[in-house]
Design a protein around this ligand. Structure first.
Ligand code: DGL
Length: 277
């Protein structure tokens, strides 16, 4: 039994897409979330920059006594999962790519044509492709970066024709030429445009890593006997530049007057100072 919170982080609001799956599957668990909205997007930045940002945030979460760190970001998982695991050997650090890879390997056959979409950094890392092929070298894997999706989503430009045009710009040729039938949303922001994608390409089967990561979290909590049993504490959501979209999304997730939720603006310098105290 362990009533400490689980620490989640992402470059912005994308990682929030994991939260409804967590609260549904493991309602007793409490969350501390950090969204680095002041410095998003990460997906086109240098690996060394992403690593520095991620270590700062993870230090802050550990300082807040989390029992586990969940990297709710494909870009960070693709670049520095091992760095974080090495820095905090006593705390489980879970990346988001492997659980999704597992789902692809289990659910696809050699006829399927699997497309991976993500940020430039995630796609360039080829993590999805190589991990899938390690498990299933009979699968056809294609990938393409969609770098404009995250800035539009952070701005709340989702349910409109600008987003639909952007989706078609990146995906029309990719889906049609490669005859993609299974699409992995390799960025935690993308579940927020899942409905747009499904409307434009109704024949695609979608795999959402934000959903799959919950299995890994549950397995680790089970193995280490770390499930929480106390629902009294608050869920706390920090953003380095608290935006209306961020708070709206949290309010939508916890749509009940009894939900214990707090959000706070916390710039990264203050977070660093708190972590160093
Ligand atoms: N949500 C992120 C991911 O899963 C971040 C993307 C970004 O900041 O570019 O990759």
């Amino acid at each position: 039994m362990d009533n400490r919170p689980i620490g989640f982080f992402d470059s912005g609001l994308g990682g929030l897409t994991c939260i409804p799956h967590l609260t549904k599957a493991l309602p007793e668990e409490k969350i501390i979330y950090f969204g680095d909205t002041a410095r998003t997007p990460y997906g086109s930045k240098a690996t060394s920059t992403i690593r520095n940002f991620s270590l700062q945030i993870a230090d802050f979460l550990v300082q807040n006594d989390v029992k586990m760190i969940v990297i709710a970001c494909n870009t960070v998982s693709a670049t520095c999962l091992e760095d974080l695991q090495m820095r905090f050997p006593e705390i489980p650090v879970v990346g988001i790519i492997k659980p999704a890879v597992q789902r692809v390997a289990e659910s696809c056959n050699e006829e399927n044509r699997v497309g991976i979409i993500g940020t430039k950094v995630t796609i360039r890392s080829e993590q999805y492709k190589s991990l899938i092929l390690n498990l299933r070298n009979d699968l056809n894997i294609y990938s393409t970066p969609c770098p404009a999706f995250v800035p539009l989503i952070e701005e709340g430009i989702i349910k409109n024709e600008i987003m639909d045009m952007c989706i078609k710009y990146y995906l029309d040729d990719f889906v049609n030429k490669n005859q993609i039938d299974t699409l992995v949303l390799g960025c935690t922001h993308y579940p927020l445009i899942r409905e747009n994608i499904e409307k434009i390409y109704p024949e695609l089967r979608i795999i959402d890593p934000s959903e799959e990561i919950i299995n890994s979290i549950r397995t680790i909590l089970e193995e280490r006997d770390m499930f929480a049993d106390n629902s009294e504490a608050e869920n706390v959501f920090y953003a380095s530049d608290l935006s209306e979209n961020f708070t709206n999304m949290i309010n939508t997730i916890f749509d009940s007057p009894n939900a214990k939720v707090m959000f706070k603006n916390l710039d990264i310098e203050s977070a660093k100072a708190l972590a160093e105290e």
